[in-house]
Design a protein around this ligand. Structure first.
Ligand code: SF4
Length: 395
């Protein structure tokens, strides 16, 4: 039974949902919701509200234990963060936060405003908390003021919880969107547990680089509703040079698979806003479309063909990319024999090699984006963050 003769592509040949209890004659001519039933939730209660008090207490004690011997990301520094800091340079008592505000720059299903901006942000936006600091050191970081310079203010988990509730009550946001939280997962866990006692009831979005550890994701199990990992590069040589992490792709593969095991494919309520599941981002990088294609095949073969994917086109040179090369000390005083450092480029003399990371010092091309998209489609992925081609929601 259909509301419209135009049938969107949905999993397993399933048809769009009809409005229960409404005669077909009345439904004809009305707008179809175009919601695929496997991905439609009648209602949704956040996972953290379903935890028993015993499980909540266990999570609290695990959070404190992790801070005393930090293994919360693949760096596995093993430090007691009450006494010192590891590679991320963030301690135990507080988190550094740059911005807390309703945000309208996320995937449509997080925000909810028009059909194009429905996915996360909804009409009222996604309640975003931008954490300062990061456990990666991406040469091209698109948020480097926040991630590398750790600008912001310190908040305790309890103060964070108050902000979540303010975002919900005053901002009317559709979710709490934790941006770059990998290095502060225990504090985040404590804040979610405090906020649940204050009446928080919107989903938690964990917006991550995917450089998470298994221990960290285990701590988040039951607290996070939507995982939003950005799977950046596939090759170890790329992650070593561009992210300063040798084992990034292996960690990202395990993390994304673990996230999917926890929450499954992305699901929506009837208003078109995402409530639970996995949404994978991939920022297409100049000259690295083959790595993007490999990531898409991995997702289809080892995670799910129903995985919701956002192939992002907005890469721009930033942070260290395109900056003048530093010369090694002891060189020949700025002569042409001076050697570049750090970025792995060893050529000299040509104009384009006089800047750092010259190979990614340009926007991505349409061809590069198309190659990644085509690889995803050929692998069987079909749920993309696109404008809808029908009059329903883009799910
Ligand atoms: S979060 Fe990662 S980088 Fe920071 S101290 Fe823990 S293991 Fe080290």
């Amino acid at each position: 039974m259909l509301l419209s003769s135009r049938v969107p592509r949905v999993a397993g040949g399933l048809r769009p949902l009809t409005i229960r209890g409404m005669p077909q004659t009345r439904m004809q001519g009305r707008r179809s919701l175009h919601l695929a039933p496997p991905f439609l939730l009648d209602d949704y209660t956040p996972r953290y509200q379903q935890l028993s008090s015993v499980d909540a207490a266990l999570k609290r004690s695990q959070a404190y234990a992790h801070l005393r011997n930090c293994n919360l990301c693949p760096r596995e520094c093993g430090v007691n963060r009450y006494e010192t800091t590891g590679m991320c340079l963030i301690g135990a008592e507080t988190v550094a936060v740059n911005t807390i505000a309703p945000h309208f720059g996320e995937e449509p299903c997080i925000q909810h405003s028009t059909q194009l901006t429905l996915l996360f942000q909804g009409h009222n936006g996604s309640g975003s908390v931008f954490f300062s600091g990061c456990n990666l050191r991406c040469a091209f970081c698109q948020n480097h003021d926040i991630a590398h310079r750790r600008s912001g203010f310190d908040l305790t988990p309890e103060q964070l919880a108050d902000w979540y509730v303010k975002l919900q009550e005053v901002g009317g946001v559709h979710n709490i969107n934790l941006v770059t939280p990998e290095h502060v997962v225990p504090q985040v866990a404590l804040s979610i547990l405090a906020a649940r006692d204050l009446g928080l009831r919107v989903p938690i979005v964990y917006n991550t680089s995917a450089f998470d550890s298994a221990a960290s994701l285990a701590l988040l199990d039951g607290l996070v509703d939507i995982y939003l990992p950005d799977f950046k590069v596939w090759e170890a040589s790329s992650s070593r040079r561009l992210l300063k992490a040798d084992d990034y792709a292996a960690a990202a593969r395990e993390s994304v698979a673990a996230m999917h095991r926890q929450v499954g494919d992305l699901c929506f309520t009837g208003d078109g806003v995402a409530r639970r599941g996995l949404l994978v981002r991939h920022l297409v990088m100049p000259g690295r479309e083959a790595e993007g294609a490999r990531i898409m095949r991995f997702l289809a073969e080892h995670v799910s063909r129903d995985v919701f994917v956002n192939i992002m086109e907005q890469y721009r040179p930033d942070a260290h990319v395109g900056k003048p090369k530093r010369r090694q000390k002891g060189g020949s005083g700025g002569s042409s024999s001076s050697k570049p450092t750090e970025d792995g480029n060893d050529g000299e003399g040509k104009d384009e090699e006089e800047v750092r990371y010259a190979d990614i010092n340009r926007p991505v091309s349409k061809d590069e984006i198309s190659i990644v998209r085509r690889a995803a489609e050929e692998a069987g992925i079909w749920r993309f963050c696109d404008p809808p081609k029908h009059d329903g929601f883009a799910i």
